[in-house]
Ligand binder design. Structure first.
Ligand SMILES: [Fe+2]
Length: 188
């Protein structure tokens, strides 16, 4: 994260700097044996299908780095949503489809919003994506599959309380943060 922060402070926040940050995280995520799925488990007595292991976070809640571990019995899709913080997401283990969207309305009417898909990326080891704070994605996991991915955010997940998701009927609503956050197993 020191490297990521140094890129963002020298280059500013834009697609170019986030692309460079993505390369830093891909390098980290590609190190053999660093993030074994057996250690970073998704399930806690079968109750929590998506755990965020916090790897790093600044004391003021900025520049957070998580290892997201997921295992769903059934296919699972999120609605298109933003994070209202910059985000860099890279694959570690498994595959998961991410769709990227553009907003087609002007955002002036609270509670309303429409998006159109612009591209998609199969997230896996060696690949990644990045989002500016207002940019929008959705995540699609296949049932039965296990997925580890690394997520860096400009703001820690519990502080992402204002982000919104877009429903198919043209309305929007607040998207709650994932509060299922754990420390690195074995490290207190
Ligand atoms: Fe997201």
């Amino acid at each position: 994260m020191d490297e990521v922060k140094s890129i963002l402070s020298s280059d500013g926040l834009n697609h170019g700097s986030l692309a460079r940050a993505r390369e830093v995280l891909i390098r980290l995520a590609s190190q053999d044996g660093l993030f074994p799925f057996e250690v970073f488990r998704a399930m806690d007595n079968g109750r929590n299908p998506n755990v965020l292991y916090c790897l790093a976070e600044d004391p003021d809640g900025t520049n957070a780095l998580y290892l997201s571990s997921e295992q769903h019995a059934e296919d699972r899709s999120t609605l298109p949503h933003n994070h209202l913080a910059w985000a860099v997401i890279v694959g570690v283990h498994g595959t998961e489809l991410n769709k990227l969207y553009e907003r087609v309305d002007d955002g002036r009417i609270p509670g309303r919003g429409t998006v159109r898909q612009t591209s998609e990326i199969e997230l896996c080891r060696g690949t990644g994506l990045f989002l500016m704070p207002e940019e929008i994605h959705s995540v699609h996991a296949r049932g039965g599959s296990a997925m580890l991915s690394m997520h860096a955010y400009g703001l820690s997940m519990p502080r992402q309380t204002q982000r919104i998701e877009f429903l198919a009927d043209g309305t929007t609503r607040q998207r709650k943060p994932n509060t299922n956050i754990r420390p690195i197993p074995g490290v207190s």
